[in-house]
Ligand binder design. Structure first.
Ligand code: ATP
Length: 437
């Protein structure tokens, strides 16, 4: 494996090979400094002009454009005068491994570069350390949450994304040609997670793509995003689901803070705050009342029983003012506004929640309806017929009480780093007008 910049200090006074991008070339009178870069940092390569043996190396570097990649054989030397990590590489051989043309924009200064141009050339945009950091932080968060679940006996599953029937409702689903007929892209893995529980696995999760044919151009909607979804059995109420989500997010944010907290503050100006349990909870009705009293805000008629973007923003304000928290669980949504598989109690009260973080919904969760008769009734009420027939069967042959939730991973990352849009957050954004690259 290649030696990385952040490992070079282990090789002081040794002959090594090092590969990376040519980040900058500073051609001085007596010496040429070449800054090399890889995913872990930058290092200086120093070529003395007075040394005859260096002539071919200088010749190679003089004709090379920045962002080309090279493989250097040379000695790692400790040198306090070198600002970049206190060491330098003194090369004896340089091999050019790829040649770069002039770049379409300066990735080190993205101010004023159109977001569409940046997305067109995502692989160049990403070379800005800020953008590599987005990926690294997301990876750290995902790993920590995965680790937490593995430690707690969850099994990671992979469910199909090509499905035969629109899963929850027909409106937000992409239809694709499938031989002589049609298939659909999965809007969620909800039904299959539950099927796994009916199959005897107690605790399952999946990190995978979710497709939504939402023709909306908000800062937080994509047509394809990554869902971090889980489902677990033998719960007593949706309180158990919220409790697990608290632990999961605490595990994820603790790891991110430890590994990247300082960097995130430096680069994005955002403090990573690890929340404590329990996160505040409010019933929707009480929330509306507080909104009215505190902020003179009333939820529009069409959104009664639910939230809208403005209400999510105010929830953050309220969470901070009232509970000194960045998070808030909202419960007691109207059953008419929620999917048919969310459980309701005897009075018809919904046994589910949304979690709002920093002004945006990141999760919907619930105890699920596992009783066949009830579930069939709820589905009928929503006008869902044949399409969910196969799903209802999962509950006919014994299925433990259970619940779960889905986190939008892209939104989590966006909010964690305080990014203004999911376009900037996703590795490759997918929206109504964007399918490439
Ligand atoms: P919203 O009301 O914001 O459109 P939703 O109620 O449709 O979200 P769910 O179906 O509950 O969302 O999906 C679970 C999670 O997935 C959401 O809480 C959110 O974090 C994320 N999510 C949903 N839709 C999108 C989308 N189009 N792009 C990115 N993330 C999304």
């Amino acid at each position: 494996m290649k030696i990385n910049v952040n490992e070079l200090d282990k090789y002081i006074d040794q002959e090594i090979t090092f590969s990376g991008f040519v980040d900058a070339i500073r051609d001085k009178k007596w010496v040429m400094f070449v800054i090399l870069r890889d995913a872990t940092g930058k290092v200086q390569m120093t070529i003395e002009k007075s040394e005859e043996a260096n002539a071919p190396l200088l010749e190679i570097m003089s004709n090379l454009k920045v962002e080309s990649t090279i493989k250097v054989t040379g000695k790692v030397v400790a040198n306090e005068a070198v600002k970049l990590g206190g060491l330098e590489i003194i090369p004896s051989n340089i091999e050019v491994t790829s040649i770069a043309e002039d770049l379409p924009f300066d990735f080190n200064n993205l101010d004023g570069v159109n977001i569409d141009t940046r997305m067109d050339y995502k692989w160049i945009d990403m070379r800005n350390p800020r953008n590599t950091l987005i990926r690294q932080v997301e990876s750290c968060m995902t790993k920590a949450m995965r680790d937490y679940l593995y430690l707690n006996n969850f099994t990671e599953i992979h469910t199909p994304k090509l499905i035969g029937a629109a899963s929850e409702s027909g409106s937000e689903v992409f239809e694709v040609k499938y031989f002589d007929g049609s298939a659909y892209l999965a809007q969620s893995d909800q039904f299959y997670k539950q099927m796994a529980l009916a199959g005897g696995l107690d605790r399952v999760f999946e990190v995978g793509p979710v497709f939504r044919a939402e023709n909306s151009n908000t800062n937080r909607h994509a047509t394809e995003f990554t869902g971090f979804d889980l489902e677990f059995a033998y719960i007593d109420s949706y309180e158990d689901v919220m409790s697990l989500e608290e632990d999961l997010l605490i595990a994820g944010l603790t790891a991110v803070k430890e590994q990247y907290g300082d960097k995130i503050l430096e680069v994005f100006g955002k403090e990573v705050i690890v929340p404590t349990k329990p996160f505040p909870r409010m019933k929707l009705k009480d929330l509306y009342e507080e909104f009215h009293e505190r902020y003179g805000f009333d939820i529009p008629k069409e959104d009664i029983g639910d939230m809208n973007a403005e209400a999510e923003k105010l929830t953050y304000k309220l969470a901070q003012e009232k509970f000194n928290s960045e998070f808030m669980f909202i419960t007691d949504y109207a059953a008419t506004k929620r999917p048919f598989y969310h459980m309701r109690d005897e009075e018809g009260k919904l046994q589910g929640y949304d979690l709002i973080w920093r002004g945006t919904e990141i999760t919907s969760g619930a105890q699920r309806e596992h009783r066949y008769e009830e579930l069939s009734k709820n589905a009928k009420e929503k006008g869902l017929g044949k399409d969910v027939e196969f799903y209802l069967q999962f509950f006919k042959y014994g299925c433990p009480p259970h619940g779960g939730f889905g986190i939008g991973l892209d939104r989590l990352t966006m909010l964690l780093l305080g990014l203004s849009s999911i376009k900037e957050t996703q590795f490759l954004f997918r929206g109504p007008n964007r399918l490439n690259p």
